[in-house]
Design a protein around this ligand. Structure first.
Ligand SMILES: [Ca+2]
Length: 564
């Protein structure tokens, strides 16, 4: 607009280039200046309303009185590219083209030790009426600008919080040591208060509340989503909880993992060759049990596999078999049974059966570094060695504030809320069995008919939150969380966010989702995961149903499968 006004004011000057006298020229300049100034003033008044001094409605938000809240920025950002860099999340720098929007940033201080930073981005025009709040990753400590940008581009008002602390790395936990209030902020307070403040800002900016409200998250964000559904179901209409991290089980599962790995002599550490041999043996035994020999187990619980069956014969190359110590350690990782008492101490990683060669390298490499994190979070001292603790007692009290384990969802049900939980069977970070255990606990508490408001989906071959190459049709995107969805998959059958919106807004509950496999090389990594030619599609059925091959038709076609 500034450029336009400057053009209008300059027009008379360019008209002076002629053969008129200087005085006549100056008079003309004066007359035209007055004339065009009047036009420009009228133009401005027309743009801004009755008074040229009226403030920007976005900037006005900084005057809003919000409990314990300081607004540090409230500004209309013109359309254009935004440079986003989320090094704490491992997201490389990228430019995202954004529409004009009102950007609000601030912090909430419910206690003297709290500093909950949040941002709310609202489309300046074309708002679709939705408010979508985004979950965090790891232990939070960063505001997800990529998610805010892609949610904004979908036309929704977007909000996110850092959960009450800033970190250089989302897997760092030292912020929690000696700060019980910050742990509570991380537990549920930051998300809940951001929901209240964010929705108040949306109402003030648009002059009406959002017509539909959502919480969208995976991993830590899945945990946040379930916490909200359990504790503050008045906050959102719909809850997407991907791979919700139950910290009690996560904690014990990883302690068990480290205990198992520490039994291995230095020359018997599990390398890529053994993991490949392990996966091959599992698939040889169990791949066809689901009727489709595709390198993926439809339901790993169907596979009875004992790594003790792979023991090396005398003189055999150790790359293709296991030593007794390796077989024992692997069994402990799958089953999470106490080595001495055989008691089940966690849910274990048997869901990863057949995918070990893809999913375990990262899991094994990150196991030891999880110990100081767990020690910081649960015991307030990163130097403690949690593997020495009694796992039957470990962390249950201290984790209560940050684990989404309350099976009572009755308030969410009575409010008409909709909850989608999904979990990749091949998740090597948060066990898929945790989500099954929670489903069973809710069923026990509330009865068997949960599908009217709460649905679980288990995705074969999917690692943590998203797909990976080489493990079949395992991509189902989460619009607005990690970036933009490929347009051909941006519908309620292929995208969790859109499925939840359809359920909330049109009452159509998802019976099955369609997962997609791309023809992308394994080396391309997760960033290139959703690109390339579509190789296959497969239904993912609402739990406890599973995809069954009809016996005819291409196995790359979702229509060749039914949910039974
Ligand atoms: Ca199979």
């Amino acid at each position: 607009m500034r450029k336009l006004i400057l053009m209008i004011l300059l027009l008379p000057v360019s008209d002076l280039r002629g053969r008129r006298s200087v005085s006549a020229g100056l008079r003309l300049l004066h007359d035209r200046f007055v004339f065009y100034s009047a036009i420009a003033a009228g133009f401005l008044v027309g743009l801004l309303g009755a008074s040229p001094c009226l403030a920007d409605p976005c900037e006005e938000l900084s005057n809003l009185k919000l409990e314990n809240t300081v607004i540090s920025l409230a500004k209309t950002i013109p359309a254009g590219p935004l440079e986003v860099k989320l090094s704490a999340l491992g997201v490389p720098k990228q430019h995202i083209d954004l529409p004009s929007h009102c950007r609000v940033a601030g912090s909430i201080h419910p206690t003297s030790d709290s500093d909950i930073k949040f941002e709310v981005w609202m489309p300046a025009s074309g708002w679709n009426g939705r408010y979508q709040q985004l979950g965090n990753g790891g232990l939070a400590g960063v505001i997800n600008h990529v998610g805010l940008a892609s949610t904004l581009k979908r036309g929704a008002a977007a909000a996110a919080t850092d959960d009450g602390h800033m970190s250089q790395n989302v897997l760092e936990a030292e912020w929690a040591v000696g700060h019980p209030e910050k742990l509570k902020d991380y537990g549920d307070r930051a998300v809940h208060l951001t929901a209240k403040i964010g929705q108040a800002l949306v109402s003030a900016y648009y002059g009406r509340p959002a017509s539909h409200t959502y919480f969208i998250g995976c991993s830590a964000g899945g945990r946040e989503s379930l916490m909200e559904a359990q504790r503050y179901p008045e906050d959102f209409d719909g809850y997407l909880a991907g791979a919700p991290a139950d910290f009690v089980n996560y904690n014990i599962t990883y302690i068990n993992l480290v205990r198992a790995l520490r039994t291995l002599p230095a020359d018997q550490q599990l390398g890529p060759a053994q993991l490949k041999a392990l996966s091959s043996k599992v698939l040889e035994r169990c791949d066809a049990l689901d009727g489709v020999k595709d390198g993926v187990l439809r339901d790993p619980r169907e596979c009875k596999f004992d790594p003790g069956d792979m023991l090396c014969n005398a003189g055999e190359n150790r790359d293709s078999c296991l030593t007794p110590a390796q077989a024992k350690a692997i069994k402990q990782i799958y089953d999470a049974k106490d080595a001495k008492t055989e008691a089940q101490i966690a849910n274990g990683f048997s869901g990863t059966l057949g995918t070990e060669y893809v999913t375990w390298p990262g899991m094994l490499a990150g196991a030891e570094s999880a110990m100081p994190r767990i020690a910081s979070l649960f015991y307030g001292d990163p130097k403690l060695d949690p593997t020495t603790f009694d796992l039957a007692k470990v962390a249950r009290d201290t984790a209560a504030g940050i684990s989404p384990i309350n099976p009572d969802l009755s308030r969410a049900r009575s409010l008409g809320r909709k909850i989608i939980v999904f979990h990749g069977w091949a998740d090597p970070g948060v066990s898929a069995h945790d989500s099954i255990a929670y489903f069973d606990a809710v069923t026990k508490r509330m009865g068997p008919n949960l599908g009217g408001f709460y649905r679980l989906f288990l995705v074969p071959g999917m690692p943590h939150c998203m797909g990976a190459p080489g493990l079949g049709a395992n991509n189902i995107d989460i619009s607005g969380l990690f970036g933009e969805t490929p347009p051909q998959l941006a519908d309620a059958d292929h995208d969790w966010t859109l499925a939840l919106e359809r359920w909330v807004e049109q009452g159509k509950a998802p019976d099955r989702m369609i997962a997609t496999e791309f023809d992308s090389p394994a080396a391309a990594g997760p960033a290139a995961q959703m690109t390339g030619r579509i190789k296959s599609m497969r239904p993912v059925c609402v739990y406890p149903k599973r995809a069954v091959y009809r016996g005819s038709g291409p196995q790359s076609d979702a229509a060749s499968f039914s949910c039974e």
